[in-house]
Design a protein around this ligand. Structure first.
Ligand code: HEM
Length: 130
C-alpha cells in the first residue's frame, strides 16, 4: 500500500485511531438524512465491518477476512442504491473524519487517495450530477 517501513495502520496509531475514524464518520452519516436513508436501520453491524475492514486493508490484524471472507466490496454495496451525489457526501464525511481524527501525512494522503478512488467504484446508480 505504501513503500515505507511501517504500515498505514501502524503510522496512524492502530486500532484506536480506526475506531475514532469510524465513529466520527458514522456520526456524520447519521446526521445527514439523505445519506442515512441509504443505510440499513441498524447501523451497528455495518459499522463494525467497516472498522474491521479498514484495519485489515491498511495493514492491521486480519479479523475481517477471518470472519467475513473476501471483501467483495462492490458486490456487498450492490443492495444499496449509491449515486454520485451519495458517493460525494460519503467521501466528504470520510475525508473530514480523517482530519478530525488528526491523521497526519503521509498516512493522510494514502487514505485520501484510497477513499477517493474506492468510493467511485461503489457507485451503482446513475444520477444527473450535482
Ligand atoms: C473506498 C470506499 C468504501 C469502502 C472501503 C467501504 C467499505 C465498506 C465496508 C467494509 C462495508 C461492510 C461490508 C461487509 O458487510 O462486510 C460497507 C458497507 C456499506 N457501505 Fe461502504 N465503503 C465504501 C464506499 C461507500 C460509499 C461511497 C457508500 C455510499 C453511500 C457506501 C455505503 C455503504 C452501505 C450503505 C453499506 C451497508 C452498511 C450496512 O450493511 O450496515 N460505502 N462499506
Amino acid at each position: 500500500m505504501n513503500d515505507q517501513e511501517f504500515s498505514t495502520y501502524e503510522l496512524v496509531g492502530g486500532k484506536a485511531t480506526f475506531q475514532k475514524l469510524v465513529d466520527i464518520f458514522y456520526a456524520k452519516v447519521e446526521a445527514d438524512e439523505g445519506l442515512r436513508a441509504i443505510f440499513p436501520e441498524d447501523l451497528e453491524p455495518g459499522k463494525r465491518w467497516q472498522f474491521l475492514f479498514l484495519v485489515q486493508f491498511f495493514g492491521g490484524p486480519t479479523q475481517y477476512g477471518e470472519e467475513r471472507g473476501h471483501p467483495r466490496l462492490r458486490m456487498r454495496h450492490s443492495p444499496f442504491p449509491i449515486d454520485m451525489q451519495a458517493r460525494n457526501k460519503w467521501l466528504q464525511y470520510m475525508l473530514e473524519a480523517i482530519d478530525e481524527v488528526g491523521i497526519e501525512e503521509p498516512a493522510r494522503s494514502v487514505m485520501r487517495t484510497y477513499f477517493e478512488r474506492g468510493s467511485a467504484m461503489m457507485v451503482n446508480v446513475q444520477d444527473f450530477g450535482e
